[in-house]
Ligand binder design. Structure first.
Ligand code: SF4
Length: 170
């Protein structure tokens, strides 16, 4: 199974979300929050589209890569799940390294927050990423959907209705 940046991000957000996504239950396109995030991304990059390339590796696509500076750019709406954003970019850098492209770093931009976060791949990440992949395969290959996590992030998740419809007080 090709592991995408979305698998990595969802693994670090919620295993249930990862399982639902991997099993083709996809509600992201119905979410206003997701649509807003995509608009922010398109607006941020339409202002300065030159200098970026799209890079496609097996099962994975990086939309904004600056070849000259070797920087992967990602734009996100909120930093509430910043760890998952960083993991996603670290995974991209790791995949670039596997292709022999060394010295790549990442920048995650949060235009609404006027904040940017620098991402570097460290030795411990190179050790951890294969373990993430094994764990992702374990979650995805399970016949059972993991339980809802009852986290504060759930209310902003595209699967919220799916996970909590019928529950009172959730
Ligand atoms: S609503 Fe919560 S439990 Fe359900 S998939 Fe999203 S993050 Fe996971």
């Amino acid at each position: 199974m090709p592991i995408t940046g979305t698998h990595i991000a969802y693994f670090h957000t919620c295993h249930r979300k990862l399982w639902l996504f991997a099993h083709g239950i996809n509600m992201e396109h119905t979410s206003d929050l997701v649509a807003e995030g995509k608009l922010i991304e398109e607006t941020a990059y339409s202002r300065r589209a030159s200098g970026f390339s799209q890079v496609a590796l097996d099962g994975m696509k990086v939309d904004f890569y600056n070849h000259r500076d070797k920087i992967i750019h990602e734009t996100k709406k909120s930093d509430k799940i910043e760890e998952s954003h960083e993991a996603q970019v670290k995974y991209y850098i790791w995949r670039f390294e596997l292709e022999g492209i060394e010295g790549v770093t990442g920048i995650i931009e949060y235009p609404k927050l006027r904040h940017r976060s620098l991402v570097e791949l460290k030795a411990e990440d190179r050790k951890a990423i294969p373990e993430w992949i094994n764990a992702i395969e374990g979650v995805v290959e399970s016949d059972h959907c993991p339980p809802a996590i009852n986290s504060k992030i759930c209310k902003r998740c595209a699967y919220y209705e799916f996970c909590y419809s019928g529950e009172e007080g959730s």
